[in-house]
Write a protein that binds this ligand. Structure first.
Ligand SMILES: [Zn+2]
Length: 242
């Protein structure tokens, strides 16, 4: 996986801010995976997508991902560091999982970006819940008779959610956090698509500020300034500011 270039970072920031987060995640991958169509990227499981986003984050901004959480007990801010590479590795590849319970036999498949986009279009929470169920249950039988995924009992729905996660382990990255002040321990979810988007936005705005300073100081054009290596840009910036 290669890094996003500075021009790609700025282009992403100026276009993708208006997209839904599901589309934004795919837009971040598009420039570095030009051989894959948008539909091919959308068909990847969410775990596969997040694995690629972690690789992209590592290539663009480095392996160490700083995190911060507020302790739910004493409200202290807990800072920690994650490694994109270790978060990426070791996850079981996405696969269909069978769920058998109380006479029901279901086949659960990993969710992808098409599914999440459909869920996002649902008007109510209960409608999005139904869409999610219909999408991840690819086959449903009760005592060997086919049944509608929408007509499954409440008790089995919780098992479906857990099974869907087992089918795509990388889709939910849980972090174990512990508070150094009160020793409380909890789990926090890492949304790599959201984190990477915030980093891309911040970097794009910083790049534009650098363009502004250098263009004003030397009369160079935006494209010329962005073509400079990061080291040269930093050196000129220092001279321009002094
Ligand atoms: Zn605490």
């Amino acid at each position: 996986m290669r890094a996003l270039t500075v021009s790609e970072i700025i282009r992403l920031w100026e276009t993708a801010y208006r997209y839904h987060p599901v589309d934004r995640a795919l837009s971040m991958l598009q420039p570095v995976l030009p051989d894959q169509s948008r539909d091919e990227l959308a068909a990847l499981s969410i775990g596969q997508r997040d694995g690629l986003l972690l690789a992209l984050r590592r290539a663009t901004f480095g392996d160490v991902l700083p995190g911060v959480n507020q302790c739910p007990v004493c409200a202290s801010l807990v800072e920690f560091e994650l490694s994109c590479q270790s978060l990426q590795s070791g996850a079981t590849p996405p696969h269909p999982e069978q769920l058998t319970e109380g006479g029901y036999k279901l086949m659960i498949r990993p969710l992808n970006s098409f599914d999440l986009a459909d869920v996002a279009m649902a008007a109510t929470e209960s409608e999005s819940h139904t869409v999610l169920l219909q999408r991840c249950v690819s086959e449903a039988f009760y005592q060997d008779q086919p049944v509608e995924p929408g007509a499954l009992p409440m008790e089995i729905e919780e098992r479906i959610a857990a099974t869907a996660l087992a089918a795509d382990a990388q889709a939910e990255t849980l972090l174990d956090v512990s508070c150094p002040d009160c020793q409380h321990r909890w789990q926090s979810v890492l949304d790599i698509a959201h984190v990477l988007w915030l980093e891309i936005s911040a970097r794009a705005q910083r790049l534009l500020h650098e363009v502004h300073v250098l263009a004003k100081a030397y009369g160079w054009h935006e494209a010329e300034i962005l073509e400079l290596s990061a080291e040269r840009r930093a050196a000129y910036l220092q001279m321009a500011i002094v």
